[in-house]
Design a protein around this ligand. Structure first.
Ligand code: 5GP
Length: 115
């Protein structure tokens, strides 16, 4: 898969990003428009357009995505107080960037239901 997305451009350094984690398969960057004191996007380097496009071949990657989100939450000091992970899928799910990503939100009390 080689299509360009906003996030592949950030990963490739064409657009600046504030990285809090980076490995061969997964990166985490601070959201440009944070919705909580901590708002990080955890993103697979592979540009899957959304969770809806993930297949059985992505099982290990999806596991690593969640475990990386957990590790970044710990790194950001959120483990004790708690945090929220969000994956928006498709238009009605509120997804605006067509490259799978997990929102890590923390540092304030979350409410339910989400908007
Ligand atoms: P979605 O709406 O697709 O679930 O989330 C996309 C997220 O990407 C939004 O929270 C938005 O603020 C963030 N975003 C959009 N453009 C940029 C950018 O250029 N840099 C960073 N770091 N985040 C961005």
């Amino acid at each position: 898969m080689s299509q360009e997305t906003l996030f592949t451009r950030i990963i490739n350094g064409q657009i600046p990003g504030k990285f809090v984690h980076r490995d061969e398969d997964i990166v985490a960057i601070r959201d440009i428009n944070p919705q909580a004191p901590t708002h990080v996007l955890v993103i697979p380097v592979k540009p899957l357009p959304s969770l809806a496009e993930a297949g059985p071949e992505d099982e290990a990657l999806l596991g690593r995505l969640l475990l990386t989100a957990k590790r970044v939450a710990e790194q950001e000091g959120l483990a004790e107080g708690g945090y929220r992970l969000v994956i928006n899928v498709g238009g009605q799910g509120g997804q605006t960037v067509p490259h799978l990503h997990v929102h890590l939100l923390g540092g304030r009390q979350m409410t339910w239901p989400p908007g």
